[in-house]
Design a binder for this molecule. Structure first.
Ligand code: ZN
Ligand code: ZN
Length: 334
């Protein structure tokens, strides 16, 4: 089968022939139909040390179960499943027992610890996979498994009452979805990006304030409405995060979602006196994945997608790195 792999940390992505994997106990083999390209794929490629090499990237894939491993009772041949970044968890720790596998300290990530979905076949664990409703196409559903789940959880995590202000920093795929999820909760949304085109999309999705941070200071723009109750940073750029903190009103919450290896600085006095809360937001609860699929089935949130073939993936990754992609690139398999 064909797969998009890297052989060394920070190395190039190559499309090559590899053997079709064999599902072990509790695993199934999926014939991949679609896999979305996520910023975290670039992040994984940027690691100096990876837990598995060579590694097939991709962690938002949809496919059909073609073969069952030993003891699989929660999936059948022909089921359509979605792979998320959470490949599996230990199933035994306190977090797992409380049905929070997303907090398991021994969790493994798809396209990081184990081979991912940029391949014609991929191994999945049904217990940790999304059930894909028949109403959604694989291309529609794939980005929801990472971008949708992550954006939805961040908006849930903000836990704001209607009419509150939520600022979305970065209007890529996750940002687009977060705006829509926030609007469903009747939040007022401010969107900040460096691209007028992406901000036009934000506006069409219901953002009340849009700020191009290359032309206008978001702190000034958002403090004009008294500051926002919560801000979500979908980009892991220190300067963006430091600015986002200053856009909050007192008692505000900053949620970090976008990944990067860098560090950011925080003024201690302002953080304490303004009772600023800062939290990481990663993955989501399994129930939230079901919510995301239901919302998409009702047509209440969707992501702009453009499809390409597996051979086009290396170029698409370069385009993403340069910030030239609008919406989600989804690799479609025949
Ligand atoms: Zn992702
Ligand atoms: Zn666990």
């Amino acid at each position: 089968m064909k797969a998009a792999r890297i052989h060394e940390p920070t190395g190039p992505v190559t499309i090559e022939e590899t053997p079709v994997p064999v599902p072990g106990p509790g695993e199934v083999l999926l014939r991949t139909e679609a896999c979305g390209l996520c910023h975290s794929d670039l992040f994984v490629r940027s690691f100096e040390a990876l837990p598995k090499l060579p590694l097939t990237l991709g962690h938002e894939a949809v496919g059909v179960v073609e073969r069952l491993g030993e003891g699989v009772e929660d999936a059948s041949v022909g089921d359509r499943l979605g792979l998320t970044f959470l490949h599996d968890a230990c199933g035994r720790c306190e977090a797992c027992r409380q049905e929070h596998p997303e907090l398991c300290p021994r969790q493994r990530y798809t396209g990081f610890h184990v081979d991912g979905g940029f391949a014609e076949y991929v191994i999945a664990r049904p217990r940790y996979s999304a059930r894909i409703p028949a109403k959604l196409t694989p291309v529609e559903a794939a980005p929801l498994c990472c971008a949708g789940w992550t954006a939805y959880h961040a908006v849930q995590e903000a836990a704001l009452p209607p009419k509150s202000w939520l600022a979305v920093f970065g209007v890529g795929g996750l940002g687009q979805l977060a705006i829509q999820y926030a609007r469903l909760k009747e939040l007022r949304v401010a969107a900040v990006d460096v691209s007028d085109e992406k901000l036009d999309t934000a506006k069409s999705l219901g953002a009340r304030i849009v700020v191009n941070s290359t032309k206008q200071d978001p702190v000034e723009a958002l403090q004009r409405v008294g500051g926002v109750q919560a801000a979500v940073c979908f980009v892991g750029i220190p300067e963006v995060i430091e600015r986002a903190v200053r856009c909050l009103r007192r008692g505000g919450l900053l949620l970090l979602v976008g990944l990067d290896h860098q560090k950011f600085e925080l003024p201690i006095v302002d953080t304490v006196l303004n009772r600023i809360r800062i939290a990481g937001s990663f993955l989501g609860h399994p129930d939230e994945l079901r919510d995301v699929m239901d919302i998409a089935c009702r047509g209440e949130a969707a992501i702009q997608t453009q499809t390409c073939g597996l051979a086009d993936l290396p170029d698409a990754m370069e385009e993403m790195k340069a910030g030239r992609l609008a919406g989600r690139v989804v690799v479609k398999f025949d």
